[in-house]
Design a protein around this ligand. Structure first.
Ligand code: ADP
Length: 377
């Protein structure tokens, strides 16, 4: 007791001397105290507040264990009695649990119920002292929050599904429009006057953009739909695919891609490919240098890997830091730099899906580095 705070020691003495002080503690700081005679298990003293919490007039309630055992949820009673037995057998097993009681009016009252056995000289429990804390408000708030979260998750899933179905079903008519515009251009180019030819070109451009958008929306919807993240993915192999794609299908000229050896990580290869493709593509696209360069570095960190994609491009102003990750948000006109405005939204979704973070640093006119973390499991 000597290393106890002197005020605690003093308080103990005061409580021993004064019943008023004990009254104050039991009425003011707890939602009920109970004191149980284990030698006469039907006998149990409950403080007035014990009953008030459940909507009863304390003066009308008997000091009997059966009184509360009739009101407690039966499953919770079984759990509490099991804990009680374990605590009696072994003082180190805490008697501490959350149980549900039925309020007089019918609603559920959540109580954290803790207790300690008082033992005789042989260690046999003869009394049990316990305390209630009413945590109903906390539980109700938790429940309301869970319901809101469930609703939001559901409406998010529904929105994602709507986006997916819409984009999926738009593919076919768009393919048709592109095909017929192509045919029209081939068939009647010479019969059309300059204005009409112009319109046709513009229509073909718009149809192409629509096709790219639908393609990217589908890709974004698939990031969250594909569930397995358990594949071993060789990022080295993915980068080679991106490099090959750039060679075969892009119009970028005189560019170089330098890189570290990239690691094998755990994740989903299809969507990781989208991530690398978008970052590398952007590095070369938003670039006015005669020799566009992208550098990819991989660094082992405490929790996993940090991968960065740096370019010597136009840079991004700090104030647009949030905007660029939002869908359809672009900082330039399409005539300057083509694109759908969905690439970074996809990249961010892929990184988030893998439990990492995507960020960037940039200097206008010098270049940008996007970096993401991928945790090791
Ligand atoms: P998109 O490339 O189709 O325009 P993104 O979502 O990939 O769409 O990028 C959003 C915007 O962020 C781009 O329009 C561009 O303004 C900016 N941005 C992205 N990557 C870079 C980069 N490496 N350098 C400079 N600006 C970039």
């Amino acid at each position: 007791m000597s290393d106890e705070h002197y005020l605690k020691r003093e308080l103990y003495q005061q409580v021993q001397k004064s019943a008023d002080l004990f009254e104050f503690i039991q009425a003011g700081s707890l939602d009920g105290i109970w004191y149980w005679d284990l030698e006469n298990p039907e006998h149990e003293w409950m403080s007035p507040r014990f009953w008030q919490i459940f909507g009863y007039d304390p003066t009308a309630m008997p000091h009997l264990a059966s009184a509360w055992q009739d009101m407690i949820n039966t499953d919770d009673l079984a759990m509490a009695l099991e804990n009680f037995q374990a605590h009696c057998d072994n003082p180190n097993h805490p008697y501490d649990q959350v149980v549900r009681y039925r309020h007089k009016e019918g609603k559920t009252i959540w109580v954290r119920c803790r207790g300690i056995a008082i033992r005789d000289a042989e260690g046999k429990p003869i009394r049990m002292l316990g305390a209630h804390t009413d945590i109903t408000e906390l539980k109700e708030a938790e429940y309301a929050l869970q319901q809101k979260t469930d609703e939001l998750t559901l409406s998010n899933q529904q929105l994602e599904q709507l986006a997916y179905i819409t984009a999926h079903d738009l593919q076919e008519p768009i393919r048709g429009i592109v095909t017929f515009l192509d045919l029209l251009a081939r068939e009647s180019q010479s019969n059309l006057n300059e204005t009409a030819q112009n319109y046709l070109q513009l229509a073909m451009g718009e149809a192409g953009l629509m096709r790219a958008m639908v393609h990217d929306i589908l890709a974004l919807a698939q990031v969250n739909a594909d569930s397995s993240l358990a594949e071993k993915v060789d990022l080295e192999r993915l980068i080679k695919t991106v490099e090959q794609d750039l060679k075969n299908h892009s119009s970028f000229k005189a560019y170089t891609i330098e890189r570290d050896k990239l690691p094998v990580i755990r994740g989903h290869s299809k969507i990781l490919l989208l991530l690398l493709k978008n970052l590398i593509n952007n590095g070369l696209k938003f670039n006015l240098s005669d020799q566009p360069q992208v550098r990819i570095d991989a660094e082992k960190t405490e929790g996993g890997w940090k991968i960065s994609v740096s370019d010597n491009g136009i840079g991004i102003e700090e104030k647009y830091a949030d905007r660029i990750f939002k869908m359809f948000q672009r900082l330039h006109s399409r005539s300057q730099f083509p694109g759908t405005g969905i690439g970074l939204a996809i990249a961010q979704a892929v990184v988030t899906r893998h439990g990492g973070e995507l960020q960037f640093t940039s200097e206008l006119g010098v270049g940008t580095t996007f970096f993401f973390t991928i945790p090791n499991e």
